[in-house]
Design a protein around this ligand. Sequence first.
Ligand SMILES: Nc1ccn([C@@H]2O[C@H](COP(=O)(O)O)[C@@H](O)[C@H]2O)c(=O)n1
Ligand SMILES: [Zn+2]
Ligand SMILES: [Zn+2]
Length: 631
Amino acid sequence: MQLNSIWTSNKTPVIATLIITLLVFSTRNIGKKTPDSLGSIRDLKWSSINFLHTTDTHGWYGGHTNQKLYGADWGDFISFTENMRSIANSQNVDLLLVDTGDRHDGNGLTDATVPNGIEALPIFAKQDYDLVTIGNHELYLYENSKQEFDFIVQEYGNNYISSNVEYKNNDGDFEPFGKKYKYFTTPNQKARILSFAFLFDFTRNNEGTKVTPLEDVIKEKWFLETLKKHPGQDVDLIVVFGHIPIAHTWKELLVLHQVLREYYPETKIQYFGGHSHIRDFTIFDSNLTGLQSGRYCESVGWVSIDLSATGDLSPQKIFARSYIDFNLNSFLHHSGQSSIEEFETEAGNNVTRTINLVRNKLHLNDVLGHVNRNYYVDYVPLDHPQNLFKLLADQVLPTLQPTQALKNQSDERIFIINTGSIRYDLYKGPYTIDTRYIVSPFENEWARITLPKSIAIRIGPFLNKAGYILSQDKDNEIDNRRLLPLHQYSQRLKQEQQLRAKLEEEPEKKFQYPAFSPFFSQDAEFQNEASITRQKLSKGYVTHDDFGDDGDDTPHKPVINFPITNVVESKQLDIETGEHALVDVIYYKFIEGNILWALKHIGYDEKVESELYSTTYLNQLLEVFVQQNEI
Ligand SMILES: Nc1ccn([C@@H]2O[C@H](COP(=O)(O)O)[C@@H](O)[C@H]2O)c(=O)n1
Ligand SMILES: [Zn+2]
Ligand SMILES: [Zn+2]
């Protein structure tokens, strides 16, 4: 496909799209990895400089084996980027690839090995990124930080940037993961780019590493000198890519924005973010936008910037964004290929082969049990029978027994888990070794404290009342943000609500918008009528961002994310006993800081000492439960 036709893509006739789609479906091999939807795909807008962005991949390099919508694997992604680079080169524009961290924890490919990531990281590193940085999941365990420093940083050389995370070397000195910044010129357009990479203010890193908060880095000498060394007239674009949400509600990039604009009042700036696992695009000012590209190899983000645009323009005239579904339909469409044979590259195929070999070696498809229906993290409310937390709280957690004899065990127990420890839905079908890590990869041991019932019952509600953004208690270094999967606070949810309000105000627009949730009973009528016009669409992301709601490359029927709490409790209490009765409170040792923080704020002054309760991880408990019960 000629780039010309891509530039003018908005005018591409529907018929052409259909022909391409039909061709795509008729080619060999592709069916197993492509979604059933025949919906049309929105084209990308190319410009002088273009970016493909991934974040929070968490080891999903084998693709989503039971969700065709995200059925491409890392080998396909490599073929895709090779195709896209060819397009860019043939048109003398630039294409840069960016990743913003979190490569561990969430999939068997990364977590079924010791140390975790030993097989997955070499697969990840086959992608030829121009800019790579670190996430918090590279920092929980020292062994993961060491892999990052010894392997990923070496693999990417000058392309690995971290402006605020350091590693303790053999001499005991801290040195940056990669370079602190990069100033470079793009190959085709010769654009001069100054780039920094930041991790959010993460405090649970292992002792072999150091994170300096962004707010401190921007006052550091090296940072200010770098800005002075590269004044506005020498910089065509600033790229800040980091493991930080780009949402307006997140303070760190706003603080950075103020400093950058002091030094570069008019320079074009692009942020790439991550961590909160959502698709998002935000406008900071008319020359500065932020892109965030989802999670778990479900999305590849796209942003293009017209570096030649000058004058008082709206950001829509300078920047364009898209969220590409991680499947072969989308990849073929955007690379302008009509058959899998043309699309696949040797490097991509080799990676696909390696993934399959590793998956077999790790027995990821081995069946351990069977699940009869889907259980969702947040596609249904917390009290819905198909909510995964409800299943855990009502049925699974009560099966946990202490792994050692404990003194003064109480018959009354309260289990508290942070909802962020559950990473993905549990789908109907075989429960495999892969599922174990997909649902909850963490090796979190259980701790117990014994408290009077009147206190014990207040901990969970107190933690749930603690807000998300404003919940930091710096004195105690407790950050309740860590308890919850951040996408709960997504722009998407807020905008879904706005959209719902808008529909109520303007009923005539009803059918231009997709319905909200299949689980909202009050939407039933709306669902029935609207489904006539939407029957060809598959369920998936419908993103509402600062540019509107046309960013998803594939139009979908939306799913809604219901609010979930910071923690979920499972209570085994006796209504006959009084408030002084002693209750065992059992929680992951990982959240002990939060539990003690809650106790302090509740006003409980007694000294509490926790004991190890169990070394059975949640995923082991769930696995046995699935094997022994019909669920
Ligand atoms: N041992 C651990 C480590 C982390 N978590 C939870 O993971 C969430 C953070 O994941 P991101 O991909 O968003 O960085 C956070 O909610 C932690 O509580 C955990 O439960 N156990
Ligand atoms: Zn993540
Ligand atoms: Zn993260």
